[in-house]
Write a protein that binds this ligand. Structure first.
Ligand SMILES: Cc1cc2nc3c(=O)[nH]c(=O)nc-3n(C[C@H](O)[C@H](O)[C@H](O)COP(=O)(O)OP(=O)(O)OC[C@H]3O[C@@H](n4cnc5c(N)ncnc54)[C@H](O)[C@@H]3O)c2cc1C
Length: 197
């Protein structure tokens, strides 16, 4: 099995929640890997209620743009299914269906409708509260699961099942992970240059 150097954060799932989390984590300078099986339900959506996109956007376009935004921000994208997440000496070891092993200090589950790999990792799973969502990963207000170092965001963490909300939740939880790593609250602001006089 091929093992790769330790990441600060591994994000499992690259739908709106995961891609958004990866954008913030990478821009904050965290060594970030985004692992995705590419089975996002968002690929079936035609989205007309996402802020700033008055003409609407297709689900596939939003998912592909999100992945491109994350890799442009510095995240590494690995397309495979994660079959196992277990504790390791310095964090967690992820096993990919493609035979690739990945180690990370923190893991953010952004799994969408299927929390299975979080259950296998020992995280507490509870009944879902949103329509058509059977089960979710139990999280606290920061996005911590029942296992320290494992976090969850988006649909799999019980948010309302809408792209603007899952993307926002991915960013929110990533900021909490960044702040935990850096030991101070993270802010990611760019300022518009002053108009030339
Ligand atoms: C038919 C349909 C229409 C919709 N229309 C709208 C709409 O108009 N407006 C709106 O706001 N929302 C809409 N939605 C909802 C929207 O798509 C979702 O709410 C949302 O954005 C889900 O984001 P997510 O990141 O939580 O999950 P997802 O986008 O589902 O992403 C989860 C990702 O995790 C990956 N994953 C899961 N387990 C593993 C694993 N073990 N290893 C690796 N990868 C894994 C999956 O392959 C997937 O790529 C619609 C949904 C559907 C199904």
């Amino acid at each position: 099995m091929e093992w790769f150097a330790m990441y600060d954060v591994a994000i499992i799932g690259a739908g709106p929640a995961g891609a958004s989390a990866a954008i913030f984590a990478s821009r904050a300078g965290l060594r970030t890997v985004l692992v995705d099986a590419d089975q996002s339900v968002t690929r079936r959506a035609l989205i007309k209620n996402h802020l700033g996109l008055p003409d609407g956007i297709t689900g596939p376009e939003l998912v592909d743009r999100g992945k491109r935004h994350a890799t442009d921000a510095g995240a590494e994208l690995v397309t495979t299914k994660v079959t196992e997440v277990r504790p390791s000496a310095d964090g967690f070891a992820l096993q990919g269906e493609n035979g690739r092993g990945i180690e990370a200090r923190h893991v953010i589950f952004c799994l969408g409708v299927n929390p299975e790999v979080a259950r296998l990792a020992g995280a507490q799973i509870v009944p879902g509260t949103e329509p058509r969502i059977k089960e979710i990963v139990a999280v606290d207000a920061q996005g911590h699961t029942s296992i320290p170092g494992l976090w969850a965001a988006g649909t799999c963490a019980g948010t309302s099942v809408h792209t603007i909300i899952t993307a926002g939740d991915g960013a929110r939880v990533a900021i909490n992970v960044i702040s935990a790593v850096k030991g101070e609250r993270n802010v990611d602001h760019d300022v518009l240059p002053a108009p030339a006089r």
